[in-house]
Design a protein around this ligand. Structure first.
Ligand code: CP
Length: 304
Protein backbone atom coordinates (compact mmCIF):
# COMPACT_ATOMS: atom_id res chain seq x y z
CA UNK A 1 0.00 0.00 0.00
CA UNK A 2 1.33 3.42 -0.95
CA UNK A 3 -0.79 5.42 1.48
CA UNK A 4 -1.36 5.90 5.19
CA UNK A 5 -5.08 6.68 5.27
CA UNK A 6 -5.97 5.24 8.67
CA UNK A 7 -4.82 2.82 11.36
CA UNK A 8 -7.75 0.67 10.23
CA UNK A 9 -5.68 -0.38 7.22
CA UNK A 10 -2.53 -1.34 9.19
CA UNK A 11 -1.44 -4.62 10.78
CA UNK A 12 0.38 -5.16 14.07
CA UNK A 13 3.50 -5.92 12.01
CA UNK A 14 3.19 -2.60 10.12
CA UNK A 15 3.15 -0.75 13.46
CA UNK A 16 6.16 -2.73 14.71
CA UNK A 17 8.11 -1.82 11.56
CA UNK A 18 7.15 1.87 11.88
CA UNK A 19 8.34 1.89 15.52
CA UNK A 20 11.60 0.11 14.71
CA UNK A 21 12.26 2.65 11.94
CA UNK A 22 11.25 5.53 14.25
CA UNK A 23 13.77 4.32 16.86
CA UNK A 24 16.52 4.78 14.29
CA UNK A 25 15.29 8.26 13.30
CA UNK A 26 14.93 9.29 16.93
CA UNK A 27 18.61 8.56 17.35
CA UNK A 28 19.37 10.53 14.14
CA UNK A 29 17.50 13.68 15.22
CA UNK A 30 19.33 13.74 18.54
CA UNK A 31 22.69 13.99 16.74
CA UNK A 32 24.32 17.43 16.17
CA UNK A 33 23.50 17.02 12.44
CA UNK A 34 19.83 16.06 12.56
CA UNK A 35 19.46 15.17 8.86
CA UNK A 36 19.87 12.13 6.66
CA UNK A 37 20.04 12.30 2.83
CA UNK A 38 17.55 9.43 2.32
CA UNK A 39 14.78 11.31 0.44
CA UNK A 40 16.76 13.77 -1.71
CA UNK A 41 14.79 12.56 -4.75
CA UNK A 42 11.32 13.00 -3.19
CA UNK A 43 9.04 16.07 -3.22
CA UNK A 44 6.26 16.31 -0.66
CA UNK A 45 3.30 18.72 -0.52
CA UNK A 46 1.70 19.44 2.85
CA UNK A 47 -1.93 20.37 2.20
CA UNK A 48 -3.74 21.82 5.18
CA UNK A 49 -7.43 22.58 4.70
CA UNK A 50 -7.88 22.87 8.47
CA UNK A 51 -5.82 24.58 11.18
CA UNK A 52 -2.83 22.84 12.75
CA UNK A 53 0.24 23.68 14.79
CA UNK A 54 1.86 20.36 15.84
CA UNK A 55 0.99 18.13 12.90
CA UNK A 56 1.93 20.65 10.21
CA UNK A 57 5.27 21.60 11.78
CA UNK A 58 6.04 18.00 12.72
CA UNK A 59 5.49 16.74 9.15
CA UNK A 60 7.53 19.60 7.70
CA UNK A 61 10.43 18.95 10.10
CA UNK A 62 10.24 15.19 9.46
CA UNK A 63 10.38 15.78 5.69
CA UNK A 64 13.26 18.26 5.93
CA UNK A 65 15.21 15.92 8.22
CA UNK A 66 14.88 13.25 5.53
CA UNK A 67 16.16 15.82 2.96
CA UNK A 68 12.94 15.81 0.92
CA UNK A 69 11.89 18.92 -0.99
CA UNK A 70 8.83 20.40 0.72
CA UNK A 71 6.02 22.70 -0.39
CA UNK A 72 3.32 23.92 1.98
CA UNK A 73 -0.24 24.79 1.10
CA UNK A 74 -2.80 26.36 3.36
CA UNK A 75 -6.38 26.39 2.04
CA UNK A 76 -7.15 29.70 3.71
CA UNK A 77 -4.71 31.57 1.44
CA UNK A 78 -5.24 29.48 -1.73
CA UNK A 79 -7.45 29.38 -4.84
CA UNK A 80 -9.76 26.96 -2.98
CA UNK A 81 -11.29 30.23 -1.81
CA UNK A 82 -12.09 30.99 -5.50
CA UNK A 83 -13.99 27.71 -5.87
CA UNK A 84 -11.26 25.27 -7.06
CA UNK A 85 -12.06 21.66 -6.17
CA UNK A 86 -9.91 19.34 -4.05
CA UNK A 87 -9.02 17.11 -7.02
CA UNK A 88 -8.15 20.06 -9.29
CA UNK A 89 -6.07 21.60 -6.51
CA UNK A 90 -4.13 18.40 -5.90
CA UNK A 91 -3.69 17.54 -9.59
CA UNK A 92 -2.29 21.02 -10.23
CA UNK A 93 0.19 20.53 -7.40
CA UNK A 94 1.08 17.02 -8.62
CA UNK A 95 1.71 18.28 -12.18
CA UNK A 96 4.68 20.13 -10.64
CA UNK A 97 6.13 16.64 -9.97
CA UNK A 98 5.16 16.10 -6.36
CA UNK A 99 5.50 12.49 -5.14
CA UNK A 100 3.66 12.52 -1.83
CA UNK A 101 0.80 14.48 -0.30
CA UNK A 102 0.24 14.99 3.41
CA UNK A 103 -3.31 16.22 3.87
CA UNK A 104 -5.46 17.51 6.71
CA UNK A 105 -9.08 18.09 5.77
CA UNK A 106 -12.31 18.76 7.69
CA UNK A 107 -14.24 16.07 5.77
CA UNK A 108 -14.11 12.45 7.01
CA UNK A 109 -12.78 10.22 4.22
CA UNK A 110 -11.12 13.08 2.28
CA UNK A 111 -7.79 11.20 2.11
CA UNK A 112 -9.49 7.99 0.94
CA UNK A 113 -11.33 9.94 -1.77
CA UNK A 114 -8.13 11.61 -2.90
CA UNK A 115 -6.18 8.33 -3.01
CA UNK A 116 -8.69 7.03 -5.58
CA UNK A 117 -8.36 10.05 -7.86
CA UNK A 118 -4.71 11.12 -7.89
CA UNK A 119 -1.39 9.39 -8.55
CA UNK A 120 0.60 10.11 -5.40
CA UNK A 121 1.18 8.61 -1.98
CA UNK A 122 -1.31 10.13 0.46
CA UNK A 123 -0.76 10.50 4.21
CA UNK A 124 -3.83 11.41 6.23
CA UNK A 125 -2.90 14.15 8.71
CA UNK A 126 -6.43 14.17 10.17
CA UNK A 127 -9.74 13.91 8.26
CA UNK A 128 -12.61 15.46 10.17
CA UNK A 129 -13.81 13.27 13.03
CA UNK A 130 -12.57 10.11 11.26
CA UNK A 131 -8.86 9.24 11.70
CA UNK A 132 -5.54 10.84 12.65
CA UNK A 133 -3.23 7.87 12.13
CA UNK A 134 0.17 9.49 12.78
CA UNK A 135 -1.17 10.91 16.08
CA UNK A 136 -2.17 7.42 17.21
CA UNK A 137 1.21 6.03 16.14
CA UNK A 138 3.13 8.67 18.09
CA UNK A 139 0.83 8.13 21.08
CA UNK A 140 1.48 4.37 21.15
CA UNK A 141 5.20 4.94 20.55
CA UNK A 142 5.25 7.29 23.56
CA UNK A 143 3.40 4.77 25.77
CA UNK A 144 5.91 2.08 24.76
CA UNK A 145 8.80 4.43 25.49
CA UNK A 146 7.47 5.27 28.98
CA UNK A 147 6.06 1.88 30.04
CA UNK A 148 8.16 -0.57 27.95
CA UNK A 149 5.12 -2.17 26.29
CA UNK A 150 1.71 -1.29 24.89
CA UNK A 151 0.47 -4.87 25.12
CA UNK A 152 -1.51 -5.48 28.33
CA UNK A 153 -1.58 -1.79 29.33
CA UNK A 154 -4.88 -0.24 30.38
CA UNK A 155 -5.55 3.00 28.51
CA UNK A 156 -8.50 5.30 29.08
CA UNK A 157 -9.35 7.95 26.49
CA UNK A 158 -11.27 10.75 28.19
CA UNK A 159 -13.52 13.42 26.70
CA UNK A 160 -15.22 14.16 23.42
CA UNK A 161 -14.95 10.70 21.84
CA UNK A 162 -17.80 11.42 19.40
CA UNK A 163 -15.95 14.11 17.43
CA UNK A 164 -12.42 12.80 17.92
CA UNK A 165 -10.28 11.34 15.13
CA UNK A 166 -7.56 10.92 17.77
CA UNK A 167 -9.83 8.63 19.80
CA UNK A 168 -10.78 6.43 16.85
CA UNK A 169 -7.22 6.03 15.56
CA UNK A 170 -5.97 5.37 19.11
CA UNK A 171 -8.63 2.72 19.68
CA UNK A 172 -7.58 0.90 16.48
CA UNK A 173 -3.86 1.20 17.24
CA UNK A 174 -4.07 0.21 20.92
CA UNK A 175 -6.34 -2.77 20.26
CA UNK A 176 -4.04 -4.00 17.46
CA UNK A 177 -1.14 -3.99 19.91
CA UNK A 178 -3.04 -5.81 22.66
CA UNK A 179 -3.83 -2.94 25.05
CA UNK A 180 -7.08 -2.80 27.02
CA UNK A 181 -9.03 0.34 26.15
CA UNK A 182 -11.84 2.24 27.84
CA UNK A 183 -13.47 5.50 26.81
CA UNK A 184 -14.79 7.95 29.37
CA UNK A 185 -16.91 11.03 28.86
CA UNK A 186 -20.40 12.45 29.07
CA UNK A 187 -22.98 10.24 27.34
CA UNK A 188 -23.69 13.03 24.82
CA UNK A 189 -20.07 12.84 23.61
CA UNK A 190 -19.78 9.03 23.33
CA UNK A 191 -20.66 7.36 19.99
CA UNK A 192 -23.69 5.04 20.27
CA UNK A 193 -22.07 1.71 19.34
CA UNK A 194 -18.55 2.36 20.61
CA UNK A 195 -18.50 -1.01 22.48
CA UNK A 196 -18.55 -2.76 19.08
CA UNK A 197 -14.93 -1.63 18.69
CA UNK A 198 -14.01 -3.74 21.72
CA UNK A 199 -13.65 -0.89 24.19
CA UNK A 200 -15.19 -0.46 27.64
CA UNK A 201 -17.31 2.56 28.50
CA UNK A 202 -17.11 4.49 31.78
CA UNK A 203 -18.94 7.73 32.56
CA UNK A 204 -17.28 8.24 35.97
CA UNK A 205 -13.82 9.80 35.62
CA UNK A 206 -12.54 8.65 39.02
CA UNK A 207 -13.48 5.01 38.32
CA UNK A 208 -11.83 5.20 34.89
CA UNK A 209 -8.63 6.63 36.35
CA UNK A 210 -8.53 4.03 39.14
CA UNK A 211 -8.64 1.35 36.42
CA UNK A 212 -6.04 2.72 34.01
CA UNK A 213 -2.27 2.87 33.57
CA UNK A 214 -2.54 5.70 31.03
CA UNK A 215 -5.08 8.51 30.66
CA UNK A 216 -5.29 10.28 27.29
CA UNK A 217 -7.16 13.55 27.88
CA UNK A 218 -8.98 15.01 24.87
CA UNK A 219 -10.25 18.49 24.13
CA UNK A 220 -13.96 19.10 23.56
CA UNK A 221 -14.16 19.83 19.80
CA UNK A 222 -16.67 22.66 19.78
CA UNK A 223 -15.75 23.42 16.17
CA UNK A 224 -17.31 20.09 15.08
CA UNK A 225 -20.65 20.71 16.83
CA UNK A 226 -23.58 22.50 15.18
CA UNK A 227 -24.95 23.26 18.61
CA UNK A 228 -23.03 22.91 21.84
CA UNK A 229 -25.11 20.08 23.26
CA UNK A 230 -23.04 19.30 26.31
CA UNK A 231 -24.49 21.44 29.11
CA UNK A 232 -21.52 23.82 29.52
CA UNK A 233 -17.75 24.04 29.73
CA UNK A 234 -18.03 24.61 33.49
CA UNK A 235 -20.10 21.45 33.99
CA UNK A 236 -17.75 19.48 31.74
CA UNK A 237 -14.78 20.61 33.83
CA UNK A 238 -16.60 19.74 37.07
CA UNK A 239 -17.12 16.13 35.97
CA UNK A 240 -14.28 15.31 33.57
CA UNK A 241 -11.33 17.55 34.41
CA UNK A 242 -8.05 15.90 35.36
CA UNK A 243 -6.75 18.00 38.25
CA UNK A 244 -4.35 17.57 41.15
CA UNK A 245 -7.10 16.74 43.64
CA UNK A 246 -8.35 13.93 41.41
CA UNK A 247 -4.84 12.58 40.84
CA UNK A 248 -4.04 12.65 44.56
CA UNK A 249 -7.22 10.71 45.32
CA UNK A 250 -5.87 7.75 43.31
CA UNK A 251 -3.66 5.23 45.06
CA UNK A 252 -1.19 5.08 42.19
CA UNK A 253 0.69 7.03 39.53
CA UNK A 254 -0.69 7.11 36.02
CA UNK A 255 0.83 8.33 32.76
CA UNK A 256 -0.95 11.42 31.44
CA UNK A 257 -1.25 12.18 27.73
CA UNK A 258 -2.86 14.87 25.61
CA UNK A 259 -2.70 15.23 21.82
CA UNK A 260 -2.91 19.04 22.00
CA UNK A 261 -4.06 21.71 21.66
CA UNK A 262 -4.81 21.86 25.39
CA UNK A 263 -7.63 23.95 26.81
CA UNK A 264 -5.92 24.51 30.16
CA UNK A 265 -8.41 24.63 33.00
CA UNK A 266 -11.07 22.68 31.07
CA UNK A 267 -10.08 19.01 30.43
CA UNK A 268 -6.81 19.30 32.38
CA UNK A 269 -5.33 21.81 34.80
CA UNK A 270 -1.94 23.45 34.17
CA UNK A 271 -0.20 21.81 37.13
CA UNK A 272 -1.20 18.34 35.90
CA UNK A 273 -0.36 19.08 32.24
CA UNK A 274 3.13 20.17 33.28
CA UNK A 275 3.72 17.39 35.85
CA UNK A 276 6.53 14.82 35.56
CA UNK A 277 4.19 11.95 34.71
CA UNK A 278 2.59 13.96 31.88
CA UNK A 279 4.32 12.97 28.61
CA UNK A 280 2.60 15.58 26.45
CA UNK A 281 5.80 17.16 25.08
CA UNK A 282 7.42 13.71 24.67
CA UNK A 283 4.47 12.88 22.39
CA UNK A 284 5.23 15.97 20.30
CA UNK A 285 8.95 15.19 20.20
CA UNK A 286 8.32 11.56 19.18
CA UNK A 287 5.94 12.75 16.46
CA UNK A 288 8.86 13.89 14.28
CA UNK A 289 10.66 10.51 14.42
CA UNK A 290 7.41 8.57 13.90
CA UNK A 291 6.45 10.73 10.89
CA UNK A 292 9.98 10.36 9.47
CA UNK A 293 9.47 6.58 9.70
CA UNK A 294 6.07 6.69 7.98
CA UNK A 295 7.31 8.95 5.16
CA UNK A 296 10.52 6.92 4.70
CA UNK A 297 8.66 3.60 4.51
CA UNK A 298 6.06 4.95 2.05
CA UNK A 299 8.71 6.67 -0.08
CA UNK A 300 10.59 3.37 -0.43
CA UNK A 301 7.59 2.13 -2.50
CA UNK A 302 7.58 5.08 -4.94
CA UNK A 303 8.80 4.19 -8.42
CA UNK A 304 10.26 7.15 -10.27
N1 CP B 1 -2.48 16.95 17.79
C1 CP B 1 -2.77 17.70 16.71
O1 CP B 1 -3.23 17.20 15.67
O2 CP B 1 -2.49 19.03 16.88
P1 CP B 1 -2.66 20.14 15.72
O3 CP B 1 -4.13 20.26 15.43
O4 CP B 1 -2.05 21.40 16.27
O5 CP B 1 -1.92 19.63 14.52
Amino acid sequence: VNHLLGIKYLTKEDIELIFKTANHFKEVINRPIKKVPSLRDITIANLFFENSTRTRLSFELAEKRLSADVVNFSAASSSVKKGETLIDTVNNILSMKVDMVVMRHPNPGAGIFLSRHVKASIINAGDGAHEHPTQALLDSYSIKERLGEVKGKKVVIVGDILHSRVALSNIFALKLQGAEVKVCGPKTLLPKHIESLGVGVETNLKKALEWCDVANMLRVQNERMDISYFPSTREYAQQFQLNKKMLESLNKEIVIMHPGPINRGVEITSDVADAENAIILDQVQNGVAVRMAVIYLLASKINH
